[in-house]
Design a protein around this ligand. Structure first.
Ligand SMILES: [Zn+2]
Length: 414
């Protein structure tokens, strides 16, 4: 048998023409997809590639003055190095770059870490000729926030927000009686005439019957309405008419990408541009003009992202709205950032009906009341579940029995 001869490749063969045509078409389609995505980004519409992030990096690179490698000094890198030296895990620092090349960094510490790190950091920054400016705020929630503005001799600067909890304030109820430690001055919080407690019902807007049930309770409550819910505007209108308080329940990107989760329409993602985020917020407010504040729906990713939270919080400041951090992640920086920006803010203390303990709502409710007794005020968040409604029937009576005043959320801000 004759062995098959190696076929000579013919550039003019039909196979070759078809193949090259296919490759060309694929490339054209690919480039067109990218271009369309970019155009969508430019027009402020939904896009899938992180154009705004790319833009931020480009701007940051362009604004960095040309330097010889020898004098290159990155304050952000230096900060990371310092914290590593102090024995902190790298992932504790959340750091984000702003458009002008400056950075924003957040670090939550316990008191001991804070006492060790703050002086060490300041003296080392001084050695590096970095100018620093400090400001300190004490919050009602028992936190101390220290902002350190940093400006190196050359290159972009940054801002580090350190926060730590005052341990006495937030100790969980325990068997050991509290006694003031000698030498430590007692912590002064604003003295309130009466201790208060507020309950917020999230995820509202899809069930007007449930709203009516809440109204029937005749208790001061705050309802957080999803702007894209079926009956969003009716819910807000009726709630306000019947004396309930309305806030926007803003869907924010979660870490596990729960895009299809109920109420995730109109979700704000960390990859969006400032313009996109602001236009979503404007639209949400036009649906819910009764809103006096805003809290996050999901958002375990977004509330840890300082770029995104800055855009949202600046918007709230402009519109005179307060912020409630639902605290869907312990890594949320949103509350601290709001306080730093002098935006009235609160943080959720107790979830009444998180999935795994929906049958322990009564217990959660008493936990909320105990928290309010101990700290002067507390914020609980519940959801439109029948079990939650049941538990709320005794909420007012229980609170008043303990000398607590059930209030709308905004009353906790005074
Ligand atoms: Zn929610």
């Amino acid at each position: 048998m004759k062995q098959s001869k190696k076929k000579k490749f013919n550039f003019f063969s039909t196979e070759y023409l078809i193949l090259s045509l296919a490759i060309t078409l694929t490339m054209v389609a690919f480039l067109a997809t990218i271009s369309l995505d970019y155009l969508n980004f430019k027009k402020g519409q939904v896009h899938y590639l992180g154009w705004n992030k790319i833009q931020v990096h480009m701007v940051a690179l362009a604004s960095r003055p040309a330097k010889s490698p020898a004098e290159e000094f990155s304050l952000a890198d230096y900060l990371r190095h310092e914290l590593k030296e102090a024995g902190l895990a790298e992932n504790r620092l959340s750091l984000s770059l702003e458009e002008n090349g400056n950075f924003q960094a957040f670090l939550e510490l316990d008191e001991q870490e804070f006492k060790k790190i703050k002086p060490q950091l300041l003296s080392n920054l001084k050695k590096k000729k970095v100018k620093t400016k400090l400001s300190e705020t004490k919050t009602d929630a028992g936190k101390v926030l220290v902002t350190i503005q940093m400006k190196p001799p050359q290159g972009p600067g940054g801002q580090l927000l350190l926060s730590y909890r005052i341990p006495v304030e937030l100790a969980r109820p325990s068997a050991t009686p509290e006694k003031p430690s000698p030498g430590v001055p007692p912590i002064t919080v604003a003295i309130k005439t009466q201790k208060k407690v507020a309950v917020v019902i999230d995820d509202m807007g899809n069930d007007l019957d449930f709203l009516q049930e809440l109204i029937n309770l005749e208790v001061p409550l705050t309802v957080a309405v999803l702007p894209n819910a079926l009956y969003a505007s009716q819910t807000a209108q009726l709630a306000q008419e019947k004396g309930l308080e309305v806030i926007v329940h803003l869907p924010l990107e979660a870490l596990n990408g729960q895009a299809s989760y109920t109420g995730a329409d109109g979700i704000i993602r960390a990859s969006m541009s400032k313009e996109e985020i602001r236009s979503i917020l404007e639209r949400d407010l036009s649906i819910l003009p009764q809103a006096v504040g805003l809290n996050n729906h999901m958002g375990s990713r977004a509330t840890a992202d300082s770029y995104l939270m800055e855009v949202i919080l600046d918007f709230l400041k402009e519109k005179n709205l307060f912020f409630l951090d639902s605290k869907t992640t312990s890594r949320s920086i949103a509350y601290d950032l709001a306080i730093q920006k002098k935006i009235p803010a609160l943080s959720r203390n107790v979830f009444l009906d998180a999935d795994d303990n929906r049958h322990q709502i009564k217990e959660r409710l008493s936990e909320l009341l105990r928290y309010a007794l101990k700290n002067g005020q507390a914020v609980g968040i519940g959801h439109p579940f029948p079990e939650t409604l049941e538990a709320l029937r005794s909420y007012k009576m229980e609170a008043e029995r303990l000398g607590l005043e059930p209030v709308k959320l905004s009353s906790l801000l005074q």
